[in-house]
Design a protein around this ligand. Structure first.
Ligand code: NAP
Length: 320
């Protein structure tokens, strides 16, 4: 099979397309034949060698993909060869024509969800669900600001929060992104490149502020987020690319809280709960992953450059 292999840390072009043997599943494992692969920002940090968690070299990047079950190891039940599935995590890397997974890393992909959309599910939707409902305890009738709503995690947050009965304010940095955020169900959409945009949050909430901020770029926004909170409001930090100074008095005066999360801390039970929670929305069409761009697997370096550029529009997906 063809697979992207990283043999040294560095810029996007350290990712090379190589021939690799097709792995065969051991006990408790499943081989997925991949039709689409999701590209996440974290995969660029890992490839660059700057991330706190690094696999040993050489490795194949990625964990989010969709395809069909190709082979099943001993002891695996509830799945058959040919089943449509999406992966959240793999043992051998998802930037490839096939990947070996633990049985718990594959989930059914309903017929109405395309393979490209399935590749947009694993990390973005589980992150959005865990941020909203496990870490920040989002409740119906609350107001959430999805600060960075046009990308993979943001579009998932908007869909999930809207479906759960929250009032949703979303931001994007382009007109096209703003339109997308509105189409995903946000009640109000603001442009985070407009110098005045944060002054509009107060009027949009009747002066009360927002109950929750899901923050995609904390190093830029965290201190200003605290000004936007209602009493007992929460910020949940999902994305961060640097240091930031905050004024703790803003948290104290509101009995507010800054929360944070990484999916690396999610427990097996949380994974189980999250994917069970996503299933009905995928089946009934409430959750519709947005695929902005599809590129061939060999264009993984181009995808890694693009995923860090401004102007997000849903997910970038590689097609093996
Ligand atoms: P993405 O698809 O590249 O989207 C990035 C989002 O950030 C876009 O909506 C972008 O908007 C927005 N953004 C850019 N500048 C912003 C600003 N000044 N204020 C607010 N938002 C801004 O990435 P993603 O997959 O959604 O991930 C988002 C972030 O979460 C990344 O940093 C990623 O590493 C992190 N993440 C963390 C976890 C975790 O476990 N904690 C899991 C997944 C992702 P425009 O492009 O429209 O400007």
């Amino acid at each position: 099979m063809r697979a992207i292999v990283v043999r040294e840390w560095g810029p996007p072009d350290v990712m090379k397309l190589e021939e690799a043997p097709i792995p065969s599943p051991g006990p408790g494992q499943v081989l997925a034949r991949l039709r689409a692969v999701g590209v996440n920002p974290v995969e660029t940090y890992v490839r660059a060698g700057t991330y706190v968690r690094k696999p040993s070299l050489p490795y194949t990047p990625g964990g989010d993909a969709a395809g069909v079950v190709g082979a099943i190891g001993a002891g695996v039940t509830g799945v058959e060869v040919g089943d449509r599935v999406y992966t959240h995590g793999t043992l051998t890397g998802a930037y490839a024509e096939a990947a070996l997974c633990e049985a718990a890393q594959i989930h059914p992909l309903p017929g109405r969800v395309s393979f490209a959309q399935g590749a947009a599910l694993g990390t973005p939707y589980s992150t959005a669900w865990r941020a909203l409902f496990i870490q920040a305890h989002a409740r119906p009738a609350e107001t959430v600001l999805v600060h960075g709503a046009s990308g993979g995690v943001g579009t998932a947050c908007v869909q999930l929060a809207r479906a759960a009965g929250l009032r949703v304010i979303g931001t994007a940095g382009t007109e096209k992104g703003m339109q997308l955020v509105g189409e995903q169900g946000a009640h109000d959409v603001l442009n985070h490149r407009d110098p005045e945009y944060l002054t509009r949050i107060g009027p949009l909430t009747g002066g009360r502020g927002v109950d929750l901020v899901v923050e995609m770029l904390a190093n830029v926004n965290l201190d200003r987020d605290l000004d936007l909170l209602a009493p007992r409001g929460r910020v949940i930090v999902v994305g961060n690319r640097g240091r930031v100074e905050i004024d703790p008095r803003k948290i104290m005066s509101r009995d507010a809280a800054i929360l944070a999360m990484t999916m690396f801390n999610a427990t097996p039970e949380e994974y189980r709960v999250i994917h069970a929670a996503l299933a009905p929305g995928l089946e009934n069409g409430t959750l519709v992953p947005v695929v902005g761009r599809e590129l061939p697997l060999a264009s993984a370096p181009q995808a890694h450059t693009a995923v860090l550029e401004p102007g997000a529009y849903g997910k970038i997906v590689l097609v093996p």
